[in-house]
Design a protein around this ligand. Structure first.
Ligand SMILES: CC(C)(COP(=O)(O)OP(=O)(O)OC[C@H]1O[C@@H](n2cnc3c(N)ncnc32)[C@H](O)[C@@H]1OP(=O)(O)O)[C@@H](O)C(=O)NCCC(=O)NCCS
Length: 243
């Protein structure tokens, strides 16, 4: 995988201290698979709830060519991972979730996961690793699919910030609630922020209803009674700003 190495300092929040630590971001090679799988397993064990985060992943397949996988390394170990899957079953599921033309399947990518060591959270790694991997997929893989649990508020916020919109809400992976999110890298889908609706994330029955009424979710916001998803109607094109 011809991916450049990038170096930067990130703030580590250790036990009783904070410190800038030199980090390296690069594509994963075959030799990294074992450590990456272990790291993913450690984080999913820490979460310990399949309703929020699934242990299943396609790290090995992505590294070996059926996708992309990048890692952030610090202090001689992995502290962040992101992977994209081009595995056929995942692509077929994405085509179905997004109601895409099956002929488009080779242009689909499934954003498999992003996991960060808790000592390095708060550095926007989910956001900037996304931008990096997006640039590697563009312009060939342009129908991007992902799913996020309504209980995974940190991830949901970041995925929406990355420009995904929530287009469906359904049971996935053996009965877990998930928002289905979409981003098209070739055709921007603007969303009107006028006349928006706000639905509490925990009101699971309402999300499919507003989506059926033609709304898409574009942002989360903390309200006094809980976190809401803000919904707006998609527009045909990006409006002229009148400047
Ligand atoms: C979701 C995740 C990748 C976000 O990590 P990140 O990019 O470092 O998060 P951000 O930089 O956006 O963090 C913003 C703030 O939320 C906090 N935060 C992020 N994730 C958090 C978590 N899981 N628990 C508590 N606080 C969290 C950060 O500490 C930061 O706080 P600050 O404003 O005081 O600095 C990370 O929480 C994670 O690895 N979670 C477990 C795996 C997961 O759910 N992945 C996403 C689905 S694939």
């Amino acid at each position: 995988m011809p991916i450049n190495v990038q170096q930067f300092f990130l703030q580590k929040r250790g036990l009783g201290y904070v410190a800038p630590i030199l980090c390296t971001m690069r594509g994963l090679a075959e030799d990294d698979i074992e450590e990456a799988v272990k790291f993913h397993k450690r984080i999913s064990n820490e979460i310990g709830d399949e309703d929020i985060f699934c242990e299943e992943n396609t790290i090995a397949e992505s590294v070996l060519g059926e996708g992309l996988a990048i890692g952030v390394f610090a202090e001689g170990r992995i502290i962040g991972l992101r992977s994209v899957s081009y595995v056929q079953d995942h692509l077929e599921e994405a085509v179905e979730d997004l109601k895409l033309d099956p002929a488009e399947i080779d242009n689909v990518a499934v954003m498999d996961f992003c996991v960060i060591d808790s000592a390095f959270r708060g550095n926007y790694i989910q956001f900037f690793t996304y931008l990096y991997i997006e640039s590697l997929m563009y312009p060939n893989r342009y129908h991007l699919h992902t799913t996020v649990s309504p209980r995974n508020v940190f991830s949901l916020k970041n995925v929406l910030k990355c420009g995904f919109i929530a287009v469906d809400f359904k049971k996935k992976y053996g009965g877990h609630n998930r928002f289905v999110l979409y981003k098209n890298l070739r055709k921007s889908i603007p969303v009107s922020t006028r006349g928006r609706k706000q639905i509490l994330l925990r009101n699971h029955d309402y999300h499919p209803k507003v989506m059926e009424a033609g709304y898409v979710g574009y942002k989360t916001k903390l309200k006094p009674n809980g976190m809401v998803m803000q919904y707006g109607r998609p527009l045909d094109e990006v409006p002229a700003d009148g400047r």
